[in-house]
Design a protein around this ligand. Sequence first.
Ligand code: DAH
Length: 334
Amino acid sequence: MDILQAFNEFEVAALAAIEAASDGAALEKVRIEYLGQKSGRIRDLQKLVGQATPAEKPQVGKRFNDVRTVVAARLEARVEELKTAALKAAADFDVTLPGERPVIGRLHPITQVMNEFRELMGRFGFTVVDGPEIEDERHNFEALNIPEDHPARDPLDNFYVACASSLAGGPVLLRSQTSTVQIRTMEKTPPPVRIVSLGRVYRPDTIDATHSCMFHQMEGLLVDRRVTMAQLKTVLSQFARSFLGPEVEIRFRPSFFPFTEPSVEVDMKWGDSWMEIGGAGMVDPAVFAAVGYDPEEYTGFAFGLGIERFCMKHFGVDDIRRFYENDLRFLSQF
Ligand code: DAH
């Protein structure tokens, strides 16, 4: 009988759909599709019952009721099963197990060192200031007492840039030293001054294990009445010791810089030899004159340190190029 065949198909399909439903919402969909009062497939079966001949009626009617009861019962049982499974999963979840740690980044070793430098110099009373990386010749050279014919101004030893401002206001270049910030600070602030400035500088050097065409410096400037070279030596050696440890040896060698007089070169003991970490000196009166400070009333000291050098010593890195290669296997060690 075709009618009974349709009932069988309904039963098989409904039971399979109930098994396949994996949560309460899916199960509710199945219920509506098969047993729904308004448009469920069960209504089609009901119509078939109406079409049965009087002889078929008792058998068809009974089968209809059975199918409906079986499907409804299975559906209800499945609702309970899913509920129990969800409760069990919640109970099995051990909140004390360690989670999966997301991979988070960290600061670049040079950034770490610069942050620590700012912190250390802050304890000596130095304020942190910033300056632009694209500079004019006044701030990179002239006000620093570096005359036109000085070899440091050779266009081949600097990164001059062509841009709109260079056309309007004279040549500009990527700063070759952070000493520019000394000038920018003194132009804006009357003495006393006690600042450090950390940032990038650029030089067309041949790149090797200790040279890069871009590196970082920390510039320091202290201007006040009766500043002495003894104070400069104290600040620099105390600074180096706070950063690298009390046993660190620092040495000062007489040198020359256009913007300091006298000038020294600062070396740090590196294994059996000395490594140069920067320059320093007493601010040249010509620099004070260039920014409108009275050289008779004020004295000061300045220093410029190479940050990579400290970073290499601190982390035991022997090649400056590693810092810029962005190799996570290297960087994630620090
Ligand atoms: N600007 C110098 C350089 O890049 C370093 C330096 C030397 C800075 C002496 C100073 C200083 O402030 O007093 O080589």
